[in-house]
Write a protein of this length. Structure first.
Length: 226
């Protein structure tokens, strides 16, 4: 009886943790993507704590199928969390979700209030882990390009040219010509660098158009002062 009581006590620890993890994961599955993004850090903390509890269980319990299933569930979720964290970043746009669907061979509605975690887990992201990481890395680089492009656009959309009359003649001179030409050359170089980048695709037309406009502006100013 003493031995049986001891075994039951150990098994209770195992099955209590098992049911806790199963219920927790099931509650996660029902979350919409918007909720997942809000709770993802907390989810990571919970699963890490469960993983630690699992590893601290007595070695005698590791022979039980329930223990192996428990460990597998926790490990799989911990492995997929980094992918979920990458997909939750601000750099991820609809075009990237389309790529996710393509590499996973799945189809779902890209709406943060409709897409559930269960749908993403069913897409088996771990199977195409490298592809998902490439998509997220590309998204980060595209975001950096978009930010720089916006900076260049904002700079010249607010820029103004000041002219002053030339003494004794009915002509006007551009003030600060040297600095303006230098700034134009700097922006053109930045745009040329962007256009040479592998991830510029979504912004190529916009960057090319802006480069053409700045080049025309620089040529016009060159003619003005001749």
């Amino acid at each position: 009886l003493v031995k049986t009581h001891k075994e039951l006590t150990l098994l209770t620890k195992l099955y209590d943790l098992y049911m806790e993890v199963v219920n927790t994961l099931e509650s996660y599955n029902e979350l919409t993507w918007s909720s997942v993004m809000e709770r993802i850090e907390n989810m990571a903390e919970q699963m890490t704590a469960s993983d630690l509890q699992c590893k601290r269980l007595p070695k005698s319990l590791r022979e039980w199928e329930a223990y192996n299933d428990l460990q597998l569930r926790v490990t799989n979720f911990l492995n997929i969390l980094p992918l979920l964290q990458d997909l939750s970043k601000d750099s991820i746009q609809n075009r990237h979700w389309v790529q996710v669907m393509q590499v996973t061979g799945s189809n779902f509605v890209v709406d943060a209030n409709e897409l559930t975690l269960r749908t993403l887990l069913n897409a088996d992201l771990l199977r195409v882990k490298d592809d998902i990481e490439d998509i997220c890395d590309s998204a980060d680089k595209q975001m950096a390009i978009d930010t720089k492009l916006s900076e260049v656009r904002g700079k010249w959309s607010q820029a103004s040219l000041t002219f002053e009359p030339y003494p004794g003649k009915k002509i006007s001179l551009l003030k600060g010509y040297g600095q303006i030409i230098e700034d134009l050359e700097e922006s053109q170089l930045a745009l040329q660098t962007m256009l040479s980048m592998r991830h510029v695709g979504p912004f190529r037309d916009s960057a090319s158009s802006m480069l053409s406009s700045l080049s025309d502006t620089a040529d016009t100013l060159e003619l003005w002062v001749q």
